[in-house]
Every structure is written in structure tokens, then in C-alpha cells.
Design a protein around this ligand. Structure first.
Ligand code: FES
Length: 338
């Protein structure tokens, strides 16, 4: 993180404190110091990182955030992912060691390698850092792009490696400033950096349960990383299934792409579901959660579910699994991006 003025943030009702600086978010500094507290989107959308300011002063990145209600502001509550300290502070927040990072996030400069279309608006981007690409399958980066204010969260679609390769699948956002640069500019001339890795919705390599991946849109990236991560595990004979929700046939990623995942048979393990099918569509159609309702076996108790995609899809799938199928929440792994 570019160094600004340095401050200390103390967590009320604990003996924990951490150093931050005026250029870093409170959440970034908290995780960099190894402390765990709930978060998901890292961009002001989900509200999981809410804290109360007891003493000191902070600066908000945005005037309003979907994750913060006006009543929160009246109670001096803020989002750790979208504010920065301007003095030493005392804050009250819920600590949770399960969010303590296994790999502490840090900033890395990236060199552009390539971009390749997967569909008409979902492309694979490859970059390289000088240091090893150190992350867990399913995690995401916060990307800083010159000329674009704020960072964008993109999940890696490869697995950790010493060569420093970072691969992302990025969906072009209509009128989106960041994706306009990524899809159109000469990236070799731009100084792109990432702050990574983030997310606790990563592959749990110790779980003995079978793996179901459910993705929509660019939520495919972390699922591909998880499929590749499973393939790299020794002594496992998993046959994970990937359900992929796409709006129309042209949004469906070609099954041949998955031949790049070792041991993965797209013919039996990849199931695209089209929500707005054309008349000649032959495969499954409808919403992903509706399809899962009839496609999953009655007994899903020995399955781990990894879910990534647009929040309405993630929410509908989550509700189906928890409410209709009574799957314990610790068998569900997801981040909601807004
Ligand atoms: Fe901060 Fe989502 S609002 S993590």
C-alpha cells in the first residue's frame, strides 16, 4: 500500500490493535495485520464489515454505499472496506478468527501477458507479478487500473504458482469504465496493480465431502480455480460438478474450454443452464436454483457447495440449499459481489 500518514486503530473490548495509514482501508489494514473480522465484497455492497467508530476520525470513500443504511450512519457506523483513518481510532467490531487471512493481502505490480475471448463478453486475462502468485483457489484480487477511480474485485481462475501468473475471467460491463480500459487499451503500457488475496470462500482441501460448483457470469473464474485446485490435490478422486447459469446460448462457455482443467470431463461434469433460451435450445433452461431443485439428489448432506455469480443468483441458490434442503451453512462457500 502506498504509504500515507500512519495511525493506530484499537479494537474496543479487546487488547487488539493494528497499524493503518491514510491510504489504506481499515479492512485492508486489519487483514494485513492478521486479524479476522467478517467481510465479503470489499466494495461497500454487502454490509458485512460494519463497525462502530468510538473515537477518532475517518474518511469515507463514498457518500453513500448500498451496504450502509442511513440509520447506521446516525449510529456512527461505517464500512471497514470503504473508509480510511485520519487519526488514531478506537472502533467496535465483531471479531471472527475464521476470517483471519491464511495469506495476508499485499500489493503487487502486474505485467500484462494476454487477453483471450471465452464468450462475446467474458474474456480471460493473464498477468504476471515478480513475486510468486500466492493465493488459495477461489480467492479474489482488488485491481487498481490507471484512470479508473476505486478498485475492482476480480477472482483468479488459475491456481497459486511460483511463476507469478495471475489469470482472471472478466465480464465486460456495459458502460463500465474499468472493463472499457481492460478490453480496449494497450495493457502493456499501463501500470496495473492488485491487492490480493481476499475471500474465505476458497477451496477447503481438508473437507472429505464431494464438491458442487455453481456459477453465473464471471463467477465462473473462482469455480475454475477451485476445479483446478481439486485436480492438484493428491490422493483425491473427486468428480466435482459445475453448474453454470447463463442468460442466453451465446453466454455459455464452450465445453472444450474445460478440457484445460486436468481430469475434468465437460461431457459429464459441466452443466450449463440457460435462463432465456432460444427456441432451438436443447440443454437445461430456467433459473439455476430451479434447476438444482430437481437435479440435485435428495441427500446432499455429504456435499460442499461453492457458489459465485450475480447476487440474485447466489441468494436464490443459497436460500434453496439452506431452507429447502437444510444444508448446514458451513457447507456453503460464497462471496456476494454487487
Ligand atoms: Fe465491506 Fe461488503 S461492504 S465487505
Amino acid at each position: 500500500v502506498t504509504k500515507g500518514d500512519t495511525f493506530r486503530v484499537s479494537i474496543a473490548n479487546s487488547d487488539l490493535s493494528f497499524e493503518t495509514n491514510s491510504k489504506d482501508t481499515i479492512l485492508g489494514s486489519l487483514l494485513r495485520s492478521g486479524i479476522g473480522a467478517p467481510y465479503e465484497c470489499n466494495s461497500g455492497g454487502c454490509g458485512s464489515c460494519k463497525f462502530k467508530l468510538i473515537e477518532g476520525s475517518i474518511r469515507e470513500d463514498y457518500e453513500t454505499c448500498p451496504g450502509l443504511r442511513p440509520s447506521d450512519r446516525r449510529k456512527n457506523k461505517h464500512l471497514a472496506c470503504t473508509c480510511r483513518a485520519e487519526s488514531d481510532c478506537v472502533i467496535e467490531l465483531q471479531l471472527d478468527s475464521s476470517y483471519a487471512p491464511k495469506i495476508r493481502p499485499s500489493i503487487k505490480a502486474l505485467k500484462f501477458i494476454s487477453r483471450t475471448p471465452l464468450t462475446h463478453d467474458l474474456w480471460t486475462f493473464r498477468f504476471q507479478s515478480e513475486e510468486p502468485a500466492n493465493f488459495l483457489s477461489g480467492q479474489y484480487s482488488r485491481m487498481h487500473i490507471p484512470g479508473v477511480s476505486g478498485a475492482r474485485s476480480y477472482s483468479m481462475s488459475n491456481t497459486p504458482n511460483d511463476a507469478g501468473i495471475w489469470e482472471f475471467q472478466i465480464k465486460r460491463v456495459p458502460s463500465g469504465k474499468a472493463t472499457a480500459v481492460l478490453f480496449e487499451s494497450n495493457l502493456a503500457e499501463l501500470s496495473i496493480t492488485i491487492d490480493a488475496p481476499y475471500s474465505v470462500a476458497h477451496l477447503d482441501a481438508n473437507s472429505p465431502r464431494s464438491i458442487i460448483c455453481i456459477a453465473g457470469g464471471s463467477g465462473l473464474a473462482p469455480m475454475v480455480s477451485i476445479l483446478r485446485g481439486v485436480a492438484e490435490l493428491q490422493d483425491r478422486a473427486d468428480q466435482p460438478i459445475l453448474y453454470y447459469g447463463a442468460r442466453s446460448q451465446r453466454d455459455v462457455v464452450d465445453p472444450d474450454y474445460f478440457l484445460s482443467v486436468p481430469g475434468f470431463d465437460p461431457g459429464t461434469q459441466y452443466i450449463p443452464i440457460v435462463s432465456e433460451p432460444s427456441a432451438d435450445c436443447v440443454g437445461p433452461s430456467g433459473f439455476v436454483h430451479e434447476y438444482l431443485a430437481q437435479a440435485l439428489p435428495d441427500d446432499c448432506s455429504q456435499m460442499d457447495f461453492y457458489i459465485a455469480g450475480p447476487p440474485p443468483m447466489v441468494e436464490a441458490v443459497r436460500r434453496h440449499l439452506i431452507l429447502d434442503r437444510k444444508i448446514p451453512v458451513d457447507q456453503l462457500h460464497y462471496d456476494r459481489f454487487f
